[in-house]
Design a protein around this ligand. Structure first.
Ligand SMILES: *Cc1c(COP(=O)(O)O)cnc(C)c1O
Length: 428
């Protein structure tokens, strides 16, 4: 039998890079144990919901046409609602991505004359066109929904005074993005989000709060819906799809909000009653079931990356030691060449398209060129090992995913190898 180091060498990862990785892992045992405990808790939470709802093989049956009386679809939505402790949930393969799910939640619950407030600075790139911050046909702005934003403080904290004065009688909905997205601010913990929600509701009790939960599901034992959010929203090709869902999004929240979301997604009067499942129920259930452990694998990969790159002088957000609230790791590589080398490594370690070479290009919804590395079973799935980032200072690569911890480890080591090969890193 070959030694494990030989397996790595055969794939192009030098003994020096492998040894450097092993040193980092030796320091991470306690943190990995803590992640495993959260995964264990969340696994029990998900299983309990499956048991309570008596999920059976019949739930995986295909429905067609209108999809009336689709028991599998209805039960899956109840499983999500139970796991997230909400009255209702809308979980559909027809929701094309996270941006679509967020668009449904916003446009269903905001009417002309209402104002939307972001108390956490600029939202995720693709939402800027949805809201109309960057003018776009069919934006909320075009429909007469105004928008206001309060910046975060220098230290990443909430500007309580600014938020208080930004809330007024027209403020209908407050949007809070849990994860940093393509910004280099910290990701918020669920308890921080809870504080912010309580503060906003103390000023205006009937204001609705939506949390963009993308990349945050199952990283902690509680979710924003446990601390007062009226809606939490995410993509099934991120955490809750567990790498198996081939498409879809979810919105979980109050009955009143979810009813409106369903009317927006299908049609007024039809709502949640329609929507064929196209035979996708098996993978949506199974992906949700696997999500706690897949999320844990991805989180370990993110922590490993920070502990590999930070000692080499690259700024990491979160840094090597701070606590985690999502699965994204930003590594500031300082140059376009660094971003390309890093992404080449991730691509070369992919199970699909390992032979491809990532190059920067234009992407709909983004205002600068973007580089992406992904060789995924599900196209664009960022639950699978992937890296991407806009080509603009500080030249940060956002690294995420990993269906298994060992794959995440291998991909990150391969990225370091490409940096070494390009002369951008010297391990000495
Ligand atoms: C990924 C993401 C989105 C949008 O999701 P897509 O599926 O790419 O449309 C929105 N917000 C955040 C924070 C995200 O990470």
């Amino acid at each position: 039998m070959k030694e494990i180091t030989q397996m790595y060498t055969d794939m192009g990862i030098s003994p020096a890079v492998y040894a450097y990785g092993q040193q980092a892992i030796a320091r991470l045992k306690d943190r990995f144990d803590a992640i495993d405990q959260i995964a264990e808790y969340n696994q029990a939470k998900v299983l309990a919901a499956f048991r309570k709802n008596r999920v059976s093989a019949a739930c995986f049956a295909t429905s067609t046409g209108y999809g009336y009386n689709d028991e599998g679809r209805d039960k899956l939505e109840q499983v999500y609602a139970d796991v997230f402790h909400t009255e209702a949930a809308l979980v559909r393969p027809h929701i094309t991505c996270g941006t679509h799910a967020l668009t449904i939640a916003l446009s269903a619950n905001l009417l002309p004359g209402d104002e939307l407030l972001s108390p956490v600075g600029l939202p995720y790139d693709t939402l800027q066109e949805v809201i109309g911050i960057r003018p776009s046909p069919c934006s909320l702005a075009e429909y007469g929904v105004s928008y206001r934003q309060v910046e975060l403080l220098e230290n990443g904290g909430f500007d309580w005074d600014g938020i208080r004065s930004a809330i007024h009688e027209k403020t209908k909905l407050i949007t809070i993005q849990r994860s940093k997205g393509y910004a280099t601010r910290p990701t918020f913990s669920v308890s921080q989000i809870g504080e912010l929600i309580a503060f906003c509701k103390s000023i205006k009790p009937d204001v609705l709060v939506m949390v963009d939960n993308c990349y945050g599901e199952f990283v902690e034992t509680i979710e924003p819906s446990d601390v007062g959010a009226d809606m939490i929203v995410g993509s099934l090709i991120k955490n809750p799809g567990g790498g198996l869902a081939s498409s879809g999004g979810y919105i979980a929240g109050t009955r009143a909000c979810i009813d409106r979301c369903a009317y927006r997604l299908s049609a007024p009067g039809l709502g949640q009653e329609v929507g064929a499942n196209f035979g996708l129920m098996g993978q949506l259930y199974q992906g949700f079931f696997l999500s706690p452990t897949v999320t844990a694998s991805a989180e370990k990969g993110a922590i490993f990356a920070a502990n590999l790159y930070e000692p080499l002088g690259f700024k990491c957000v979160p840094n090597a030691t701070e606590s985690r609230h999502d699965i994204i790791q930003a590594v500031e590589l300082g140059s376009e060449e660094g971003m390309i080398a890093f992404c080449k490594g991730i691509q070369a370690a992919a199970p699909v398209d390992s032979f491809a070479t990532p190059i920067p290009g234009d992407m709909p919804g983004y205002d600068s060129q973007v580089i992406m590395a992904a060789g995924a079973f599900v196209q664009g799935s960022t639950m699978e090992l992937s890296a991407d980032g806009p080509i603009r200072p500080p030249y940060a690569v956002y690294f995420q995913g990993g269906l298994t911890w060992y794959h995440a480890k291998l991909g990150i080591l391969m990225s370091l190898q490409k940096m070494v090969d390009a002369g951008l890193v010297d391990l000495k």
